[in-house]
Design a protein around this ligand. Structure first.
Ligand SMILES: Cc1ncc(C[n+]2csc(CCOP(=O)(O)OP(=O)(O)O)c2C)c(N)n1
Ligand SMILES: [Mg+2]
Length: 410
């Protein structure tokens, strides 16, 4: 007789579903201020404990604790606050504009604003970011023109990308913001390649790569880690673990019995696991990784633990696959509320200032939206001219395209 039970596969499941509250103990959290800060020339293997804990600075009362809290001025924190607020306000207005059919599609970064904001502020403007569609906060940190951003969203006659990209897939080379590609995980190989090129040229610029928890299951992620490790590419490898990949729980991409930061250690890359809803932790960890890259010490991988508070996109309804009020129970809270609490506690912010800055930023966004809408909206029909689809593709237009353009009479 066979002494073994029949074999079966393990299929991970989220702990919460609609009507059943999530048990967030799966997150493996620890208190603020508890995780050490290694020297920037640390060996990858000596970050293993950090890759399985969580770097946090702000505690539940808004105190900044521990070694990662050092040397951050209130001015930086105030700037971080403005950047996060601007991102959130922009997102919420653009969602309304999408509902009004002024644009076809939109993606918010609700709940994740600290990550792009903090990292962009820790980098130089000339460093190149290879973002996904959820790092619009980088553009906010770099003060990119809101009018241009909105023209892209509206696919109108002033769309800098001439209607060739899905709304939100910005491309702003002069702000160190590489063209967003809908093909996920390509960002990782491209960023590592760009960082290697920077080193080959003897430049001092570094790269910042972005990927979500779900997309780490793509082979490009693993290829990028190998090249980054072998050649010590000057790159920060950011994994945004917001718990969801559309309706798929992060455990399906492999976050159940290990961490995403743990992947880096196994590949010989110094790795940190960080509270992504804690602006101070984001800024400090990003500065640490940037310093490693700039000193030629090689790549760092950072897993940012956060929560995708909104729908995946305007085409998604998350209440179908997770509890509708899940974010309210997420133990790492809201990045804006947490930094606000801290800034008020140290006397560098107030409820009145919060209201005033919100009103000021809202007015700025409304003004930019009005200006952008003059050049057309999706509903209004002012689009880039059909002739423009023949431009910017070939240096010299091939004969068959020349003929097609003639047939169209444009
Ligand atoms: C290579 C590839 N496969 C699938 C998709 C379809 N897709 C778009 S977004 C998404 C989920 C990505 O989730 P995650 O990487 O966790 O990022 P998040 O949306 O949570 O920021 C998928 C599967 C795609 N765009 N590219
Ligand atoms: Mg995700």
């Amino acid at each position: 007789m066979n002494e073994y039970a029949p074999l079966r596969l393990h299929v991970p499941e989220p702990t919460g579903r609609p009507g059943c509250q999530t048990d967030f103990s799966y997150l493996r959290l620890n208190d603020a201020g508890k995780v050490r800060k290694p020297p920037v020339d640390v060996e990858a293997a000596d970050t293993a404990d950090i890759a399985y804990s969580l770097i946090r600075v702000l505690d539940d009362k808004g105190n900044a604790l521990g070694p990662w809290a050092e040397d951050i001025s209130p001015e930086i924190l105030r700037q971080g606050m403005r950047t996060m607020l601007k991102t959130r306000l922009f997102d919420s207005r653009m969602v309304v504009a999408q509902r009004q059919k002024k644009m076809s599609f939109y993606m918010q970064s609700l709940g994740e604003e600290a990550i792009g904001s903090g990292q962009a502020m820790a980098l130089n403007r000339t460093d190149m970011c290879f973002p996904t569609y959820r790092q619009q906060s980088i553009l906010m940190a770099r003060d990119v023109s809101l009018v241009e951003m909105i023209c892209q969203l509206l696919s109108n006659e002033r769309d800098p990308l001439k209607g060739r990209q899905l709304p939100i897939m910005y491309s702003v080379r002069e702000a160190g913001f590489f063209t967003i590609s809908g093909n996920l995980a390509t960002q990782f190989v491209q960023a590592v390649g760009w960082a290697m090129a920077s080193a080959i040229k003897g430049d001092t610029k570094i790269a910042s790569a972005w990927i979500g928890d779900g997309a780490t299951a793509e082979s490009d992620f693993h290829t990028a880690l190998t090249f980054a490790h072998v050649y010590r590419a000057p790159v920060i490898l950011n994994v945004v673990n917001n718990q969801w990949a559309i309706s798929t729980f992060q455990a399906i991409a492999g976050g159940e019995s290990t961490t995403f930061a743990g992947r880096g250690v196994g590949c010989g890359i110094a790795s940190l696991r960080v509270d992504g809803n804690d602006f101070i932790a984001v800024y400090a960890a990003s500065r640490w990784a940037a310093e490693r890259a700039r000193r030629g010490l090689g790549p760092s991988l950072i897993e940012w633990v956060t929560y995708r508070a909104g729908p995946h996109s305007t085409s998604d309804d998350p209440s179908k696959y997770r509890p509708a009020d899940d974010w309210n129970h997420f133990p790492l809270g809201d990045p804006i509320a947490r930094l606000k609490q801290h800034l008020i506690a140290i006397g560098h912010w107030s409820e009145e200032e919060h209201q005033a800055v919100t009103a000021e930023l809202e007015a700025e966004i409304i003004k930019a939206q009005k200006e952008a809408e003059q050049y057309g909206t999706l509903a209004g029909g002012q689009m880039p001219s059909p002739a423009s689809m023949f431009e910017d593709v070939y240096k010299e237009m091939p004969e068959h395209l020349r003929r097609q353009r003639q047939e169209l009479g444009i």
